[in-house]
Design a protein around this ligand. Structure first.
Ligand SMILES: Cc1ncc(COP(=O)(O)O)c(C=O)c1O
Length: 369
C-alpha cells in the first residue's frame, strides 16, 4: 500500500525505483550524446525488439496508435476498404481504420476471454468485402491467430495483430507480435513494456512492409526530400529507446511476477468470472480483468476500500457517437455489450506485494458475502 493506505491500479514509480540508477544513467547518456532523433539507441532497440519477438523487422514509432495507423497504411489498400475488428477494445484499434479513409466493421466477441469470436469473424469475412482483420490480444491474452487464419481461409485477407496489451505473452510458444502478417506494440507507460512517455513499434517478417513503415514514419521520404508517400512524423524517441532497452531485458521476469499475482487472484473465482487462458496461451496480464456481477456497486466498494480499479471498456466501439454513421445499434453485438456491463480491472503490476494482494482479494470477497 502507498502512504495513504491505498492499493493503486498500477504503480509506475515503484517500477522505476527498481532500476532507477541504470535508467537514469541511460537517459543522461542520451541527453549528453546530442542525438535526439532516431540514431543508434533506436536502431539497437529495434534489433533487440525483433530478436525478442522472434520476427525479422521492428520499426520504432511514436505510439501504439500510430503503429496501428502505419501498419494498416503499409498494406496499401484501395480507398474505402473494409477492415474488421473487435467492438470491445481500445478506441485506437478502430480509429486507424477511419483515419485512413477505410470502413470499419465489427464482429462480436467470445464471452470467455473477451477476444474476437473467430467463428463470427469468419462469417463476417465471408459475407462482406473484408480485406484486413485487426485482431486484439485483449488484456494480455493472445487471440488464436492460427485458428483465425484457418477459419478465414483466404490468404489475400491480411491480418494485423494489435499486441499493445500482450507484450511478453505467447501462443503455442511463439511471442505476441509474431502471430500475424504484421503486428503493433504500444509502449504507453502502463503497458508491460512501458516507456516514460509515448512510444510504439511495428513488427513483421515482411521486409517490404517494414520498409514502407520506415518510410511512412518520416514523411514518406527516401532519399531525403523525395516523398514517395504522404507520410507522418512518427518516430520513437532515442530517450525512450534507451529506457526501453533496459526494461526489455527484464520484461520476462516482470511477466512472471504478473502471473504470480494472477495465480493468487484465483481465490476470487468463487464470486466472479476470472481470466481462463487456454493451455497453449501464455497470458501476460497487462490487466487483470474479471467479469463481476453488480460491477458498478463493486467499483464503489473498491473505491471506499482504497483499491484502484478501472473499467476497460464501459462502452463498445459500435455504440460510440463518432461511429453512429456505421449503422450499428444497441443489440448489434450482445456479448461486447454485456462485457461492458461486467468487466472491471483490479490492481496488477509486478511490484504488487502480498499484503496488498490480500487487501484486494478480501475487499472483493467481503463485497459478495
Ligand atoms: C489494444 C490497444 N490498442 C492500441 C493502443 C494505443 O496505444 P498508445 O496509447 O501507445 O497510442 C492501446 C493503448 O492504449 C491499446 O490498449
Amino acid at each position: 500500500m502507498n502512504r495513504r493506505g491505498n492499493v493503486p491500479l498500477v504503480d509506475l514509480a515503484a517500477a522505476h525505483r527498481e532500476n532507477a540508477a541504470v535508467l537514469e544513467d541511460a537517459a543522461v547518456k542520451v541527453l549528453r550524446s546530442g542525438r535526439y532523433i532516431l540514431g543508434p539507441e533506436v536502431e539497437a532497440f529495434e534489433e533487440e525488439l525483433a530478436a525478442y519477438a522472434g520476427v525479422d523487422q521492428a520499426v520504432g514509432v511514436a505510439s501504439g496508435s500510430d503503429a496501428l495507423l502505419l501498419a494498416l497504411k503499409s498494406l496499401d489498400l484501395p480507398p474505402a476498404s473494409t477492415v474488421l475488428t473487435s467492438p470491445f477494445t481500445f478506441f485506437a484499434t478502430a480509429s486507424c481504420i477511419v483515419r485512413l479513409g477505410h470502413r470499419p466493421v465489427f464482429a462480436d466477441i467470445d464471452p470467455v476471454g473477451f477476444n474476437l469470436d473467430i467463428a463470427r469473424v469468419a462469417k463476417a469475412v465471408a459475407d462482406e468485402e473484408v480485406r484486413v482483420v485487426i485482431g486484439v490480444d485483449l488484456y494480455g491474452d493472445p487471440l488464436d491467430y492460427d485458428a483465425l487464419r484457418e477459419a478465414v481461409g483466404r490468404p489475400e485477407v491480411k491480418i494485423i495483430e494489435d499486441a499493445a496489451q500482450s507484450f511478453g505473452a505467447e501462443l503455442r510458444k511463439r511471442k505476441a507480435g509474431s502471430l500475424a502478417d504484421i503486428a503493433t506494440f504500444s509502449f504507453f507507460p502502463a503497458k508491460n513494456l512501458g516507456a516514460a512517455g509515448d512510444g510504439g513499434a511495428v513488427v513483421t517478417d515482411d521486409p517490404g512492409l517494414a520498409e514502407r513503415v520506415r518510410i511512412l514514419r518520416a514523411h514518406g521520404v527516401r532519399p531525403k526530400y523525395h516523398h514517395h508517400y504522404v507520410g507522418y512524423n512518427s518516430r520513437l524517441d532515442p530517450l525512450q529507446a534507451a529506457l526501453l532497452r533496459i526494461k526489455l531485458a527484464k520484461v520476462d521476469d516482470d511477466v512472471r511476477r504478473r502471473r504470480r499475482v494472477a495465480e493468487r487472484y484465483a481465490l476470487l473465482a468463487e464470486v466472479a468470472e476470472l481470466p481462463r487462458p487456454l493451455p497453449d496461451h501464455y497470458h501476460s496480464y497487462n490487466y487483470f480483468v474479471i467479469a463481476a456481477p453488480r460491477r458498478d456497486e463493486l467499483a464503489r466498494c473498491l473505491k471506499d476500500a482504497g483499491v484502484g480499479h478501472a473499467v476497460y471498456y464501459p462502452r463498445p466501439l459500435h455504440l460510440q457517437p463518432c461511429f453512429a454513421g456505421l449503422g450499428y445499434h444497441e443489440g448489434s453485438f450482445p456479448e461486447a455489450e454485456a462485457a461492458c456491463e461486467r468487466a472491471i480491472a483490479l490492481p496488477m503490476y509486478p511490484q504488487l506485494n502480498e499484503d496488498d494482494q490480500n487487501h484486494v482479494i478480501e475487499t472483493v470477497l467481503r463485497f459478495y458475502r
